[in-house]
Write a protein that binds this ligand. Sequence first.
Ligand code: GLU
Length: 303
Amino acid sequence: MLDPTAVNHLPMPTPVFRFAPSPNGELHLGHALSAILNHDLARAAGGRFLVRIEDVDAARARPAFVAGILADLDWLGLAYERPPRFQSDHVADYRAAIDRLAAMGLVYPSFASRADVAEAVAAAERAVGRPAPRDPDGAPLHPGLDRDLDPTDAARRVAAGEPHALRLRMAEAAALAGPLAWDEAGAGPAGETGTVTADPLAWGDVVLARKDAPASYHLAVVVDDAAEGVTDVVRGRDLFHATAVHRLLQTLLGLPAPRYRHHGLVLGPDGRKLSKSLKSEGLAALRAAGATPADIRARLGLV
Ligand code: GLU
């Protein structure tokens, strides 16, 4: 007789959540919301909660901010697996991912400075008499400077140490990947939820690495989420549209797709998204003014 209670379930992978701050400022209430949601959702799901310090951009990361972030997390009582992961320890992995994309013919070096790019955008706007196309964050799309350089010439300039950024050939990359979507448990700025169609073309030729940063945010985040087995990405709605680039890179690199949950942003008294310079909503300032972790949860509507 078969025992109907002895169903052989496939083991479900343990959910893995992460909070991934960049140490270029102090944590504010918006970060606290992300951190607390990740921690609480992991706990409710019997999953793991990881912290990752996104310090790959050495020009902007500061050790003092790392210490402050970890102190704030401890103060909030959010237990995470020790030690936290530091992106700066994994530069070789980002390089390997860029090399894979390059081997697929999807990467080019761009020697143009920021000023060259701004000038090319301005010239294109003058020529057509209207604003240049913008990415979802409102920045002009890269005008493709150096996209069509002779490959031998470009390789020679790279070998000679000429400063450059590495950019993705977006049109080719998106064509190779085909249609993309993600599973959204939260919502985008226009209420997008459920299965969301990814539109990486909206971002143009995104940067994969710069001379002062061995990996861009987009590249490092997909490599790290896969390396850490992250199943659930919970983060602010300001990164909703960036998910299209992440799904593209995951697909090209053969990495699994996590589930995504983008949460609402915490607004300051002026109705604008909190910035790292807004000291009054900084966790350290709130703590110094006598706030308790319970007060922080209450202010965020999390009780
Ligand atoms: N490091 C990013 C930030 O501080 C967040 C990355 C992510 O959650 O994907 O905005």
